[in-house]
Ligand binder design. Structure first.
Ligand SMILES: [Cu+2]
Length: 195
């Protein structure tokens, strides 16, 4: 938030400044790392904006001002982290030296079932968003893993070391439920249960 306010001050300063430095005013376009993203409520995604001059060369160091056209659907913070709020569509824009880039954000319904797979030594996706009362199915490959939930109210029963099987867990209470595979340091994930 602090950084966003600073960004407004810088842009306003340039707009009325008479001794604008030449090396800092050549922004021709702002491109985004994604034209469109699809999220479900509660999910987040990091956007990035790149300023380019008329020759297509990247200009670094510009201050980015992030804005969501409809914060009831998705919000964006001062570093471009988008958080989906409710179903619908909106645009998130990044302004650098008066030039604007934007990303269409579509927020869909929260699923009642989801699958977590384990390619390599990771849980994919890292964050699973599911509706309260929904079931997450953990798909264990040939390499054995376990799923040990952080001890908190509403967390389901752990899944002990197993392989080549699909095992489901139902989440009855809203909240964020982190879990680990204790066999593989750093192999972790989380289930975000939303109303
Ligand atoms: Cu593991």
């Amino acid at each position: 938030m602090k950084r966003w306010i600073a960004g407004v001050a810088v842009v306003a300063g340039l707009a009325c400044g008479s001794d604008e430095p030449t090396g800092n005013s050549g922004v021709a376009t702002v491109s985004m790392n994604a034209n469109a993203i699809v999220l479900i409520p509660g999910q987040t995604e990091q956007l990035a904006a790149t300023a380019k001059d008329a020759g297509g060369n990247t200009i670094s160091g510009g201050t980015v001002t992030w804005r969501s056209a409809n914060t009831a659907i998705a919000t964006v913070n001062g570093t471009g982290l988008v958080t989906a709020v409710s179903t619908g569509q909106t645009d998130v824009s990044a302004t650098i030296d008066g030039k604007v880039g934007s990303t269409r954000v579509t927020v869909g319904a929260v699923p009642t079932t989801a699958l977590v797979s384990m390619p390599g030594l990771s849980f994919t996706p890292f964050t699973t968003v599911i509706k309260q009362g929904g079931t997450v199915t953990f798909e264990f490959p040939q390499l054995p893993h376990n799923v040990i939930f952080e001890r908190k109210t509403g967390a389901p029963q752990d899944i002990q070391v197993t392989s080549n099987v699909r095992i489901g867990r139902t989440f009855t209470a809203t909240g964020l439920y982190p879990y680990d595979c204790t066999l593989h340091p750093g192999m972790k994930g989380e289930v975000n249960v939303v109303p």
